[in-house]
Structure formats: structure tokens, C-alpha cells
Design a protein around this ligand. Structure first.
Ligand SMILES: Cc1c2[nH]c(c1CCC(=O)O)Cc1[nH]c(c(CCC(=O)O)c1C)Cc1[nH]c(c(CCC(=O)O)c1C)Cc1[nH]c(c(C)c1CCC(=O)O)C2
Length: 361
């Protein structure tokens, strides 16, 4: 370590005035900023080498590993933002919930939350348990120089799906059944999860993160009515917990993302986002129409297109860039995370192409 993370260390631009932050707030940019969900880990051989022998959730609590893994894709691809190497279940783990991330499967919860008593027994997260996070974020901000660091947390609904199902699930039937059968305990569960997500995000912002993303990856399984009544208020509590921009409290943009949320896009925005993350199903010009003028958009190249031939890849990147011009601001990204088999060279190529297509000069 000690090596500069980015090639462009001559730039005096502080991360708070980077293209990422400006695009997120709808301000003019030099070129469209680009980063990738799941850019840290997954496809990089240098990540696999570094992680060998350390369990995922152990690695997330080691400031040396977190710093190095977070910097790897910035060095290799020249992306316009780093995203903290962590996981959405980490706040639960730190609070004392027994969760393991099984390779290729995902988070597995030893004792799923199935009863009202289970909800009330869930431990709370205390800020003083997050010393490792403060150390990692401060170190990263120093190493990254002009490149902004995106902090993140899992949204209450998506975390509830893991706790209740006990692991990854397609239908989230147990989660919905609990939501309908136990409405009061559901509200208490989501309130607890929103408090811990807010603590987790606030810690990252106070330590120097320049933007945050709230991942509500599985919110798209809900109807708009259920989302609005039973989930949105809790996600809003998380995002509002970062301060009131109108009151001049802070200027850290908030990105809010879920998969399959075409019908929910305006609600995802109204939960307190500056940027609405869009998966590949809805073209960005249509997404811009759905969310209205008050929001920037992030997305939305299909991650599978990175596995295609170069001509197809280039045509799709051009399409996303063009459709993104309809939004107040555009942060180029995938519609979901980088797939494990992706060639890192394709990622670097997309960064270069987006920059070339959108440079003002
Ligand atoms: C749903 C969700 C999880 N974690 C996350 C989400 C929301 C984003 C999304 O919808 O994809 C978020 C996440 N997880 C990870 C990051 C790091 C930063 C980044 O590169 O984006 C982020 C932002 C690291 C990780 N999280 C995980 C890994 C793989 C662990 C390993 O290398 O063994 C990494 C690098 C494990 C994980 N963690 C989770 C799953 C489903 C899995 C298994 C799938 C997989 O293997 O990738 C839960």
C-alpha cells in the first residue's frame, strides 16, 4: 500500500466535487462517471489471491484487507468511484447475529427469525462496535485522493428477507407471510433494521465516504401498494437519518437501488434518494420519465452483456449512454452486480468507452 490508487493524482478536484457526486446531484460533469456494483471481489484474480484462506465476513472486518480489496478495481479499471468492500449482512454480524456467507450461495442465518419473540431478541448495533470500519474508511479516503468512496448498507426489507428465509430465496414467501400475518412485529423488525443501517451508513459518512448506496436488492418482489405502506417508510428513515440537505446539513448523495423495480421506481426515488438505481429491464429514458425531473439515474447495462462479443458490448454501452442523457444526471453502472465469470478486461474497456463517448473536451 502507499501507492496512489488512481493514475490521475495531479487532479486537484476533491471527491466532494467529483463527477460522481456532481452527476448524482444533477450538476454538470466533465464526463459520465462509471463504477460497477460488485466491482470489488468476484472477477478479479488479485482479489481471489488476497482473500484465500479468510472467510468473507472475517475479511470485511479487517481494515488492511478492506482497504486493499476496495482499491484493487480502482487501480485496475480507472473507475470513477470506489465502493467499500463489505456486505449487507455485516451490521447484523457485528451486532451478534450468527450468519455465514457460503461461497457461491450467499448469506446463511443459523437461527432464522420466524416468531415475534425472535424479532424482539435481535441484538442492536452500537456505533462503538464499528471501530474497524472507521479505520478502513479513513485509510481509504486518504489513499483514494480525488476518487470518491461510496459507502453502503442493505435496506431493511432486503435484510429482513435473509433473516426470515434463513438464506437466499426466490419467492420470499416466508418473508411476505410474516409481513402479512404479524404486521406489528414486521414494523418492529424493519425499524430495528433501519436503525442499524442508519448507524452503519452514518459511520461511513462521518469517516469520509463521499456518497452512499442503499441496496434494497429484493424490493422488486413487492407490489407498489405493499412497498409503499410496509417498506418505504423504513428505507426513508435510513436515508433521512443522513441529514437534511435542504437544511444544509450535508451534501452526501444517496443512491437507492433494487432489482426488478420497474413499477416501484418513483417510490424508490421518493424514499429520500438523489439517484435511483435501475436494473436492465427498463431503458433509462423510460426510467427518467417514471421518476420525474428531481432525480439522477444509475445503471443499467445488463451484466450478462459483459460476457458477449465486443461489438454487442459496445453497441449496448452506446445505447445506455444515449438513453441516460434523458436523466437529470447519469451514473453509468450495470443493472446489477458483476457476474463471477466476467473478464476484467471487458470492465476496463467499458470504463474507457463511456469516458470516450461522454468527454466534454
Ligand atoms: C444481496 C446482497 C448481498 N451483498 C450485497 C448485496 C446487495 C447487492 C446485490 O444485490 O448484489 C452487497 C455487497 N456485497 C459485496 C459488496 C462489495 C462491494 C462491491 O464490490 O460492490 C457489496 C456492495 C461483497 C461480496 N458479497 C459476497 C461476495 C462473495 C464472497 C466470496 O468471494 O466468497 C462478495 C465479494 C457474498 C454474497 N453476499 C450476498 C450474496 C447474495 C452473496 C453471494 C453471491 C456471491 O457469491 O457473490 C448478499
Amino acid at each position: 500500500m502507499g501507492t496512489p490508487a488512481t493514475a490521475d493524482t495531479s487532479s486537484p478536484t476533491p471527491p466532494a466535487d467529483s463527477d460522481l457526486v456532481r452527476a448524482a446531484l444533477g450538476r454538470p460533469v466533465d464526463r459520465t462517471p462509471v463504477w460497477f456494483m460488485r466491482q470489488a471481489g468476484r472477477s478479479l484474480p488479485e482479489y481471489r489471491a488476497l482473500r484465500a484462506g479468510t472467510a468473507m465476513l472475517q475479511a470485511c472486518q479487517d481494515p488492511d484487507l478492506v482497504t486493499e480489496i476496495t482499491l484493487q478495481p480502482v487501480r485496475r479499471h480507472g473507475v470513477d468511484a470506489a465502493i467499500l468492500f463489505s456486505d449487507i449482512v455485516l451490521p447484523l454480524v457485528v451486532a451478534g447475529v450468527d450468519i455465514e456467507i457460503k461461497p457461491g450461495v450467499g448469506p446463511v442465518v443459523a437461527e432464522p427469525v420466524r416468531t415475534v419473540a425472535d424479532v424482539d431478541a435481535l441484538p442492536d448495533l452500537h456505533p462503538d462496535q464499528l471501530g474497524f470500519l472507521v479505520t478502513a474508511v479513513r485509510r481509504l479516503v486518504a489513499e483514494l485522493g480525488p476518487t470518491p468512496l461510496i459507502g453502503f448498507a442493505g435496506a431493511p426489507f432486503t435484510l429482513a428477507t435473509y433473516l426470515i428465509e434463513g438464506g437466499p430465496s426466490k419467492e420470499h414467501a416466508r418473508t411476505k407471510a410474516f409481513m402479512y400475518a404479524e404486521p406489528e412485529a414486521w414494523q418492529r423488525l424493519l425499524t430495528k433494521l433501519s436503525v442499524s443501517a442508519a448507524v452503519f451508513l452514518r459511520t461511513q459518512v462521518d469517516a469520509g465516504a463521499s456518497a452512499v448506496q442503499l441496496f434494497d436488492s429484493w424490493a422488486g418482489v413487492l407490489s407498489a401498494t405493499d412497498y409503499a405502506a410496509r417498506v418505504l417508510p423504513h428505507s426513508r428513515a435510513v436515508l433521512d437519518g443522513l441529514g437534511d440537505r435542504a437544511a444544509g446539513e450535508r451534501d452526501v448523495p444517496r443512491i437507492h437501488f433494487g432489482v426488478g423495480t420497474g413499477e416501484l421506481l418513483p417510490l424508490i426515488g421518493s424514499a429520500g434518494a438523489d439517484v435511483v438505481g435501475v436494473d436492465w429491464r427498463v431503458p433509462l429514458d423510460e426510467a427518467a420519465r417514471r421518476v420525474g425531473p428531481g432525480y439522477s439515474l444509475q445503471g443499467n447495462l445488463d451484466p450478462a452483456v459483459l460476457l458477449a462479443d465486443r461489438d454487442t458490448l459496445d453497441a449496448e454501452v452506446r445505447r445506455v449512454v444515449e438513453q441516460g442523457r434523458a436523466a437529470r444526471g447519469h451514473v453509468f453502472n450495470l443493472g446489477h452486480g458483476v457476474l463471477p465469470d466476467t473478464d476484467p478486461g471487458a470492465i476496463t474497456h467499458v470504463v474507457e468507452l463511456v469516458h470516450e463517448l461522454t468527454s466534454r473536451a
